[in-house]
Write a protein that binds this ligand. Structure first.
Ligand code: HEC
Ligand code: HEC
Ligand code: HEC
Ligand code: HEC
Ligand code: HEC
Ligand code: HEC
Ligand code: HEC
Ligand code: HEC
Ligand code: HEC
Ligand code: HEC
Ligand code: HEC
Length: 382
């Protein structure tokens, strides 16, 4: 006796679905492709003659929307060659297509895009999926038969998080509205680089614009010429050296000052919090917060942390002493020339094997020594 359990039932059910799908891939027939109705398209009722009763594509347009009303018409559609892509009678593929994959169909003519799909480059997922995620096969209001304007609107239909960012960030990026907008930095199909970038890294892209002084949208103040700065200051900070400006900046805009991905004090001095400094995304916060240490920083007098003294106690931002883009001749990305509020001055930093000295305008010359600590009042070794 067969015990007809639910499990058996499920098994049979799934098996039959599989069978139907493999065994009988369904042929879809165009309406009127039926004996006796062939006259809908042919000159004779039963299609004995292949002669069409109207020219192509007018024949198709006698029942279907006329695609030629679009501003941008796809080459073969304009030429009336509907049957290069559709079988007018029947097909096993959806929409009576002559190929079972849209991408195969498109790349049968656009061979360079076929090469692109096979190139091993990073392919934009919707391109891998189907060209008609963005292009209309027939025609559209937008260049290249795209479903929205290519430079930005199209991208934002899917990337809604970026839409929110570019429209609502406090610090917007001029680049988003310049020239080719999103396409200025990204390739819509594929790229040998990550994030579909049009250059090998973000730095190369940023410097195409930031090798001159650009005015800020918010207040018209001129931004530094970063290209020139990097040429004059060859000791580039880690991420800049790797070409990754986007390690710190969000090129799509951000609520933080200077479009940084995490906060950073805007002024020369601000109350210290670990969250307030983007630097701690990569650097150990204890180099600032440990009052006494022999481990976390070299900027110490014996075990007394001088980073703590300046940044935590006096609230002085890293930017007074360090240049996190690039520095010239001092070690540890220390600045030769710096500013504090409106004051411009030189740090006059000198390194010694076990410490160093500084002679800015903030105080008279001061020494620190990790091995033989210096008395700060007398400047003599203890
Ligand atoms: C919706 C319109 C349409 C209907 C309905 C239609 N045909 Fe066709 N038929 C065409 C078109 C368009 C072509 C030309 C195809 C091409 O360009 O290769 C064609 C071509 C043909 C040919 C030439 C050989 C071939 O297959 O390309 C024959 C034979 C034919 N049709 C028979 C029939 C018969 C029989 C029927 C009815 C059972 C029928 N057609 C119904 C549109 C139609
Ligand atoms: C006599 C009217 C008529 C003519 C002429 C005609 N069609 Fe159709 N076609 C229909 C109808 C009705 C349908 C089914 C309803 C629908 O899906 O729009 C259909 C469906 C289709 C579909 C499939 C739509 C789907 O959703 O699967 C395609 C593709 C198509 N036609 C292409 C063509 C092409 C190409 C021509 C010219 C060679 C043509 N048709 C000529 C009436 C016609
Ligand atoms: C380059 C290939 C190509 C050509 C040429 C082409 N089509 Fe299509 N057509 C497609 C694809 C791909 C789809 C499926 C679109 C989808 O699934 O959104 C489609 C869908 C359709 C549909 C179904 C409507 C719908 O929106 O689902 C009709 C009807 C149709 N085509 C008619 C035509 C007619 C008429 C012509 C000639 C004037 C034509 N096509 C020329 C590729 C083509
Ligand atoms: C039968 C061959 C053929 C097929 C299949 C085909 N195309 Fe085209 N496509 C052309 C021709 C021809 C042009 C016009 C080229 C020109 O104007 O230089 C064109 C133009 C284009 C353009 C505009 C390019 C430009 O430089 O203006 C885009 C985008 C495009 N096709 C996308 C597609 C997509 C997406 C598909 C698949 C749905 C597809 N094509 C399938 C032949 C084809
Ligand atoms: C994510 C959206 C998207 C998808 C999916 C997509 N494209 Fe495009 N395509 C674009 C945009 C945007 C442009 C305009 C590029 C420009 O202006 O530099 C374009 C331009 C084109 C052009 C004309 C310019 C050129 O590069 O030759 C062709 C042809 C083309 N696409 C074919 C295809 C084919 C074939 C597929 C599928 C393999 C495809 N596209 C998938 C967005 C897309
Ligand atoms: C049809 C939806 C769609 C459209 C339109 C679209 N994208 Fe995408 N895009 C995706 C999906 C899905 C992913 C993969 C998931 C993700 O990273 O969000 C993706 C990923 C990306 C990535 C990350 C790739 C990586 O290597 O991590 C970039 C960059 C990108 N898209 C840029 C664009 C740009 C620029 C446009 C406009 C030209 C655009 N997208 C249009 C759907 C879309
Ligand atoms: C100034 C150059 C530039 C412009 C303009 C630009 N992007 Fe990007 N985009 C980048 C860089 C650089 C990355 C890599 C970011 C990273 O590594 O964090 C990126 C990453 C992305 C990603 C991947 C997800 C992520 O954040 O890492 C998407 C999606 C994306 N961009 C979409 C867009 C869209 C949509 C537009 C237009 C509104 C646009 N981009 C404009 C440079 C740009
Ligand atoms: C197409 C030109 C262009 C490119 C490419 C470009 N930028 Fe900009 N950027 C501008 C312009 C113009 C401004 C000034 C207008 C504004 O945004 O306030 C600006 C401003 C900035 C600002 C100051 C923002 C503020 O709120 O003060 C930063 C930081 C910045 N860009 C970083 C980058 C980075 C990082 C890249 C590379 C990922 C990059 N930019 C690529 C044009 C560009
Ligand atoms: C380690 C993090 C970091 C990296 C990497 C980085 N930046 Fe910055 N950038 C900052 C910080 C922090 C500021 C804010 C400076 C300030 O407020 O004085 C800034 C400010 C800027 C400004 C505005 C300068 C001005 O005049 O006020 C521009 C432009 C800029 N960066 C471009 C770049 C470019 C281009 C790259 C890649 C070559 C890059 N940044 C890499 C942290 C970084
Ligand atoms: C008052 C000037 C000053 C300020 C402000 C300052 N530093 Fe330093 N920093 C130095 C000096 C001087 C050294 C070199 C110490 C040595 O090796 O003798 C140094 C060294 C470093 C080093 C190298 C490793 C180490 O700790 O010895 C890092 C990383 C660093 N600082 C990060 C920061 C960060 C992040 C900030 C802000 C949160 C900051 N600094 C603020 C002066 C300063
Ligand atoms: C994305 C990671 C990253 C971020 C964010 C970052 N740094 Fe760095 N930093 C590094 C790397 C990697 C090095 C080692 C290479 C070098 O010396 O440039 C380094 C080195 C340094 C040095 C020199 C250390 C030495 O021993 O000489 C200083 C000073 C410094 N960073 C300061 C900062 C400051 C200030 C910030 C915040 C504005 C910051 N960094 C943000 C990655 C980062």
């Amino acid at each position: 006796m067969i015990i007809f359990s639910f499990r058996n039932f499920l098994f049979l059910f799934l098996f039959s679905i599989l069978f139907i799908n493999i065994g009988y891939a369904k042929t879809i027939k165009h309406p009127s492709y039926v004996k006796g109705q062939c006259g809908a398209c042919h000159t004779t009722k039963n299609g004995e003659s292949a002669d069409l009763k109207m020219e192509m594509p007018e024949l198709c347009y006698s029942c279907h929307t006329n695609y030629e009303k679009n501003d941008f018409i796809h080459g073969p559609v304009g030429a009336g060659a509907c049957t290069l892509c559709h079988n007018p009678h029947e097909s096993k593929n959806p929409k009576l297509l002559t190929s079972n994959s849209v991408n195969e169909l498109c790349t049968s003519c656009h061979a360079n895009k076929g090469d692109m799909l096979n190139s091993g480059e990073n392919i934009h997922p919707p391109v891998q999926d189907s060209c008609i995620n963005c292009h209309d096969a027939h025609g559209e209001k937008h260049l290249y038969q795209l479903k929205a304007d290519r430079k930005k609107d199209l991208c934002l239909t899917c990337h809604t998080d970026k839409k929110d960012k570019v429209e609502n960030s406090i610090n917007k990026h001029g680049a988003i509205e310049m020239g080719d907008k999103c396409l200025g930095c990204h390739d819509p199909h594929s790229s040998p680089s990550t994030k579909l970038l049009k250059a090998e890294d973000s730095k190369t892209i940023c410097l195409t614009c930031h090798s001159s002084q650009l005015p800020r949208d918010e207040d018209g103040k001129m931004l530094m010429n970063m290209g020139e700065h990097l040429t004059n200051n060859p000791d580039a900070h880690g991420p800049v050296m790797w070409g990754d400006c986007a390690a710190c900046h969000d090129p799509h805009g951000s609520d933080n000052t200077r479009m940084l991905k995490h906060p950073f004090p805007e002024k020369s001095a601000e109350k210290f919090t670990t969250d307030g400094y983007i630097c701690f995304q990569c650097h150990e916060p204890k180099k600032i917060t440990a009052r006494f240490t022999k481990e976390f920083t070299e900027f110490r007098n014996g075990d007394k942390n001088i980073h703590f003294l300046h940044v935590k106690t006096k609230r002085i931002s890293c930017k007074t002493c360090h240049d996190y883009h690039a520095s010239k001749d001092l070690p540890h990305h220390l600045k030769s020339e710096t500013t504090y509020g409106p004051a411009k001055f030189s740090l006059r930093f000198l390194e010694s094997p076990t410490g160093g000295s500084c002679n800015p305008i903030c105080h008279t010359i001061r020494y620190y020594d990790r091995v033989e600590p210096v008395n700060i009042k007398t400047n003599k070794k203890l």
